[in-house]
Design a protein around this ligand. Sequence first.
Ligand code: ZN
Length: 473
Amino acid sequence: MKERAFGNGREGDDVIMGVLFDNATIVTMNADRDILHDAAMYVDEDRIIEIGDARELKEKYAATADRVIDAKDKVLFPGFINTHSHSVALSCRGRAEDVSNWDAIWGVMGSIRDNMTGDDCYVSSRLAYVEMLKSGITTVADSGAHMLRVGEAAIETGIRAFLHQGFRDADIAVLRDEGRYEYAMERGMRGLQEAVDLVESMHGREDGRIRCLLGPQTIDTVSPELLRATRKEADRLGVGVTIHLSQNEKEPKQSLEAWGDLPGPVMEKAGFLGPDFIGAHAIFLEDADIAALARNGCSISHNPQINAKRAHIAPVSDMIEAGINVGLGSDNMFYDMLEVIKTAGIVWRLRVKDPTVPDPATVVEMATINGARALGIDDVVGSLEEGKVADVVMVNYARARYTPRVRENVLSNLVHFGAADDVALTMVGGRVLVDDHRFVGGNEQTILEEAQQSGTEVWARAKAEWQQRMTGK
Ligand SMILES: [Zn+2]
């Protein structure tokens, strides 16, 4: 039996097999960023065994492979990595898109989440994960409520997940209702303990397919003492850390007022930053923030769609120029990576007013290898290379959107025109979860119907509360 420390979490003969992708174009995202044509890739169990010339590999593997996939007119990419998401927020869809950042986070979304039971969280996450897989996402960093139930959804759907549960020492009710910050370390430590409990019960499950992070919520709601305590626990548990970073103007303002410095330097002084740190959003950054993040080898999850929807654009080119590793995240309500990829290129251009940047390769890097690096798994996934774990997405280019398709426009066509509907196959750890554009890891129709039912009931329960919250101030 091969070592399966980072596999797909399925034992025995269940769906694990030798798969030959024949006649493919392969976007490797290896160190040389090679794009191979007339190529083939052989996967056995959870690993990529060989990548090379189609004719040679066919001769070698076709007879013994359990399955040969004719990838003519299809392009293989490394599985997309979603570095920041809240799958339970699927139930907030259509309610939190047209309000301010502040009202969304502390108002309507809170009122919906507070009305979600463990079952509600499980069924909405499950549908969000199916949607992610169908857009080529193979790994997601995810937080929300009832995370043990969310973990069940991740285990069941087959997605690779980094789960975490938010906590803070500021009193959310006081912040929401009175607009002021009231901190209590005891509250923060209680939250941290719950987050640690999640790590202890979930981290490493399913052969390591399920992992965890520690994620205090936002820099304005978390004290430097709590950051310090979190770092200590993260190091003890061997997990990375993440935080919502300067997603709105109030965060750096409150950081200066309460902690006497900007978020970057505050986190640095608390020993919270490092190569295992992911800051989500990073919109309202000052030079001192960028310098602190760069100095400590940090990563950022850029979430262009939700940012743009809330009328913000993060300074991505400044961060990359400073040497910060930037991955892509979908955040709330959006779970379609092709939309995220497309928007990332567009908002970058709007911010710097230059249509020549970023080049498509940079955007694909953000969606793949950079995301893997942010999560500390770039040695096992994030590129298609021999010996790596087989997290693969196969995109069907035989469509109007990609026509004409020539060797020179493979990346450009994906970034500018790609749509989730084009994802023909998604494989996580060698296990095919989306096949012929359909989710095959479970009954998609039932998953959809149960989320619809649950979401409708949650809205009915939450409505009275959000009306009061939005108007009662
Ligand atoms: Zn978030």
